[in-house]
Write a protein that binds this ligand. Structure first.
Ligand code: UDP
Length: 481
C-alpha cells in the first residue's frame, strides 16, 4: 500500500451516497486517508452502518469514526421502512425517487457536521453551507463526465428522431453516441412529472459540482488522458484522479486472500479446481442494482448452456424473492461441472483476480470495469442503466479492452439480449482471436494501473497534492512536487 510517513493534522468527512457502487470506493478512499495519517469520519444511515463498520473493522477506531443520521422515511411511497440502499430497493423504478429523497437528509447532515471536530474537507454528493472545501464524488470516470457535458452543452440529443442514429460528439469527432446511451432524465422531458423531477435533480447536482472545490475521480490519468485534460481545461472543477481506489487500498491483502485461506467460499474452491485443470472461466455479474427479467434470465441461461464455456454466474436475489430466481434445478444439473450459479454477495474483486477467470460479462458499472482492468480480465459489455452505456463505449471503442453484446431490438435503453447473440459473443471472448486481442490490451492497462498507484505514480501524487492543497502541509508539498 502506498503510504506517506508524515502525519497530517487533517480530518476528512465522507458522506457516501447510499449505494454499494459509491460506498465501496469511498471506503477504499477512507483507508488511504487513514494510511496518510488523517482522521476520517463517515456519515451514513442506521441500515447502512453495519456494512461500513464491518469494512473498517480492522482499522484504528481512534482514527475512523462512523456517525449515523436518520434516513428520511415516508418521503417515497413504495420504499419499505429499513430500505436505505439502492441495492435493496424492491424495484429499480424507485431509483430516482430514492435518490431525490436523500436530499431530505441535508438538515440532519449539517447538524451532524456541527458536532464534529474541525473538518479539513468533505467528500459528498451534496452541497453544504460550511466554510471548508468540499469534493464531489460521483463514482464516474472522466469519459462519461466529459462526453455528457459536451452532449448537454451542444444539445446533441435534440437533433435525431431515432434513438439509434449515431451522433458525432463535438470536440471528439471519432466518438459516436446515440440517444439510447442516455437516461431520459438527461433530457428535460417535462411531460412526465417523475422524469422532470429527475432532470431537476440532475441540474442541482451540476450546480453542486460547479460550486465544489474539486471532483475525486476513481480513475487514473493514463487510462483517459484526453478526457481528463479536457475536463480540467474546459469544464471543471478540477478532477483529481486517485484510482483505482481498490488497488490503492488493498494492494497488501490481495495475495494473502488467494492461497492459504482455510475458509474459502465454495466458488473459490471451484475456481481453484478449474485453475488446476487449466480451464478458463467466464465470470458473470451485473453489479449490486441491475435486475434481469425472468425472461431475460432464461435467455442468458440458454446462451451460456449452448456456449459450452465454463462460467461462474452471480445472480442478484430480488428483495423478498425466495428460491432460484427463475433458474431451474434442471439447468443447474445440466451445466454441473462447468457452470456454477451463486445467489449471495461475493467478493467480486477476489473472483476477478483468480487466475482461472479470463472473461467478465458485465453491466459496466464503473467499479466493475476498474476491478476487471486491474485484474487484467477482458470485458463482455452489456450496459443496462445510469452511465453504463457510455462506460461500455469507453471499454470497447476507446480502451479496446472488451467486446459488446448487442440487444435485439436496439431501440430501448434496457434492451433484450438473445441467447444466440450471447453464445456467439461469449465464444468470441473466451475462444476467439478478437478475445485474445482485448485480453492482451487489458493486461497493458492493468500494468499501468498498478504503476499509477505505487509511490510516485500519477494517482499517488494526485492524492498527495489533494491533501497538501487542502490541509496545507507546505514542507511535504515541496518534497512531493
Ligand atoms: N459487488 C461485490 N459483490 C457482489 C455484488 C457487487 O463485491 O455480490 C461489488 C463490486 O465488486 C463493485 C460494486 O459492488 O465494487 C458494484 O459497483 P458497480 O459500479 O460495478 O455497479 P453498481 O452496483 O453500482 O451498478
Amino acid at each position: 500500500m502506498a503510504t506517506s510517513n508524515s502525519q497530517h493534522e487533517g480530518h476528512v468527512v465522507l458522506f457516501p451516497f447510499m449505494s454499494k457502487g459509491h460506498t465501496i470506493p469511498l471506503l477504499h478512499l477512507s483507508r488511504l486517508f487513514l494510511a496518510r495519517g488523517l482522521r476520517v469520519t463517515i456519515i451514513t444511515t442506521p441500515a447502512n452502518r453495519p456494512f461500513i463498520d464491518q469494512s473498517l473493522a480492522d482499522t484504528s477506531s481512534a482514527a475512523a469514526t462512523v456517525v449515523d443520521i436518520p434516513f428520511p422515511q415516508d418521503t417515497v411511497p413504495g420504499i419499505p421502512v429499513g430500505i436505505e440502499s439502492t441495492d435493496k430497493l424492491p424495484s429499480l423504478d424507485l431509483f430516482f425517487p430514492f435518490t431525490i429523497s436523500t436530499e431530505h437528509m441535508q438538515p440532519d447532515f449539517e447538524r451532524a457536521l456541527q458536532t464534529l471536530p474541525r473538518v479539513s474537507f468533505l467528500v459528498s454528493d451534496s452541497a453544504t453551507k460550511f466554510g471548508f472545501p468540499r469534493f464531489v464524488f460521483y463514482g464516474f470516470a472522466n469519459f462519461p463526465m466529459a462526453v455528457g457535458t459536451l452532449v448537454a452543452e451542444n444539445r446533441l440529443l435534440e437533433g435525431p428522431e431515432s434513438d439509434t442514429e449515431l451522433i458525432t460528439v463535438t470536440q471528439f469527432p471519432w466518438i459516436k453516441i446515440t440517444k439510447k446511451d442516455f437516461h431520459e432524465s438527461f433530457r428535460d422531458s417535462s411531460t412526465d412529472a417523475a422524469q422532470h423531477e429527475a432532470f431537476e435533480f440532475n441540474m442541482r447536482s451540476v450546480v453542486a459540482t460547479v460550486r465544489s472545490f474539486g471532483m475525486i475521480v476513481n480513475s487514473f490519468y493514463e487510462l483517459e488522458p484526453v478526457f481528463t485534460d479536457y475536463w480540467n481545461t474546459e469544464c471543471g472543477p478540477r478532477a483529481w484522479c486517485v484510482g483505482p481506489l481498490l488497488q490503492l487500498s488493498q494492494d497488501d491483502d490481495i495475495n494473502s486472500t488467494n492461497d492459504e485461506d482455510d475458509d474459502k467460499p465454495m466458488w473459490i474452491e471451484w475456481l481453484d479446481q478449474k485453475l488446476e485443470e487449466g480451464s478458463w472461466v467466464l465470470y458473470i455479474a451485473f453489479g449490486s442494482q441491475a435486475e434481469l427479467s425472468a425472461e431475460q434470465l432464461q435467455e442468458v441461461a440458454k446462451g451460456l448452456e449452448n456456449s459450452n464455456v465454463n462460467f461462474l454466474w452471480v445472480v442478484k436475489k430480488k428483495s423478498g424473492a425466495t428460491a432460484s430466481d427463475g433458474l431451474t434445478k434442471e439447468f443447474e444439473e445440466r451445466v454441473k461441472g462447468r457452470g456454477m450459479v451463486v445467489k449471495e454477495w461475493v467478493d467480486q474483486r477476489r473472483i476477478l483476480m483468480h487466475g482461472s477467470v479470463q472473461g467478465f460479462l458485465s453491466h459496466c458499472g464503473w467499479n466493475s470495469v476498474l476491478e476487471s482492468i486491474c485484474a487484467g480480465v477482458p470485458i463482455l459489455a452489456w450496459p443496462m442503466m445510469a452511465e453504463q452505456h457510455l462506460n461500455a463505449r469507453f471499454v470497447v471503442e476507446e480502451m479496446k479492452v472488451g467486446r459488446r453484446v448487442e440487444t435485439c431490438d436496439g431501440s430501448v435503453v434496457k434492451g433484450f439480449v438473445k441467447s444466440e447473440e450471447l453464445e456467439k459473443m461469449v465464444k468470441e471472448l473466451m475462444e476467439g482471436d478478437k478475445g485474445e486481442e482485448v485480453r492482451k490490451k487489458v493486461k497493458e492497462f492493468a500494468d499501468l494501473a498498478s504503476k499509477a498507484v505505487k509511490e510516485g505514480g500519477s494517482s499517488w501524487r494526485s492524492l498527495q497534492s489533494l491533501i497538501d492543497e487542502t490541509i496545507g502541509n507546505k514542507e511535504e508539498k515541496s518534497m512531493s512536487s
